[in-house]
Ligand binder design. Sequence first.
Ligand SMILES: Nc1nc2c(ncn2[C@@H]2O[C@H](COP(=O)(O)OP(=O)(O)OP(=O)(O)O)[C@@H](O)[C@H]2O)c(=O)[nH]1
Ligand SMILES: [Mg+2]
Length: 370
Amino acid sequence: MLFENNLKLLRMCGRSVCEGLLIQRAHKHKTAQLSEKKLSRYFVDHRRVKVVAGSGGDGASTFHSEPWKEWGGPDGGNGGAGGDIIIRVDRQVKSLSSVSTVYRGKDGEAGSSKNRFGRNASPTYITVPLGTIVKEEGAMLADLSLHDQLYTVAYGGAGGKGNRFFLSNENRAPLTATPGEKGQERVVQLELRTMAHAALVGFPNAGKSSLLRAISNARPAVAAYPFTTLKPHVGIVQYRDHQQVAVADIPGLIPGAHLNRGLGVSFLRHIERCRVLLYVLDMSSAEPWEQFQQLCFELDQYKPHLSHRPHAIVANKMDLPEARQNLEALRSRVHQTVIPVSALSGENTGELILHIRTMYDSYPRDSSQS
Ligand SMILES: Nc1nc2c(ncn2[C@@H]2O[C@H](COP(=O)(O)OP(=O)(O)OP(=O)(O)O)[C@@H](O)[C@H]2O)c(=O)[nH]1
Ligand SMILES: [Mg+2]
């Protein structure tokens, strides 16, 4: 029935069925492309934010007066406190793209006559993803690693005092009322660091995304050109005892990444959070051990000793003939554990999954924060 209706519609527009199908397909293709583009464009992992908390309301200077009580005394109420600016963690949020560059808190209400106090302003919330770090001039203010965690980044100003507050035996008719204080103002940097237990680190095209697809539930795009992955993906490896280990696919590094070449330092910081590192090498390349040394160099240039984190080498693309020849040469040149795998055929990925678990169990969380 639906098909017949569509057919009628197409005939009315003067298009053939075949044309109609082509239009549909082109439309589908376009939307798929757009969403990919959107995804990479809207993944934001750092933001500079100016926060200005609300000012306190002014205190009032008024005197009570009614027909039979002309000098009723001071009755100016205090002002309400200005609204704080609070950063709140939401694990549903995945990037800092929805964070604005300026936040201004609400001002407290002014006090008024008849001893009426101004209302305190409600706080303003900035919602950020799990794993956000708050910095000010390079110094860390907060490391937000719990769902629903709150951090008050700017305090609202206190409300001013009304003249009633200044009433005393010495001064029965004070005129003084103080203005509300200004809210705190500061400029902070928000940085998102992927929170995963293990990181897949490697040059573009080494097969990191293919590996993540092979061992976890994540489905990052795979393609035969460099820089396919433009944002970190986190996949969960499930074990029989229900333990879950999060593995992150970090976008490809290149020589000079620490000098901001390629995708630059923006993704090196995601590695910092991970407990263990898995260096993924393309074993079909000429000298894979060179790749390993360069990766370590880039990591250490970014942060001294970062490459020394508990790690292993994943020798990928072992299904290719040249990879088999390189394997022994690699083993003779490095002292680290080498796990030969093929992300394409799935060969030996079981050993990799077990090794990730052994490393995860051997290294407590705190060792990665050093
Ligand atoms: N033969 C073979 N090809 C592989 C293997 N793993 C990945 N590839 C191919 O290598 C190419 C790159 O794979 P990706 O998984 O996109 O590589 P990546 O490291 O994520 O690359 P970037 O996202 O650009 O950093 C793709 O064409 C894959 O099909 C493997 O084990 N064997
Ligand atoms: Mg990739």
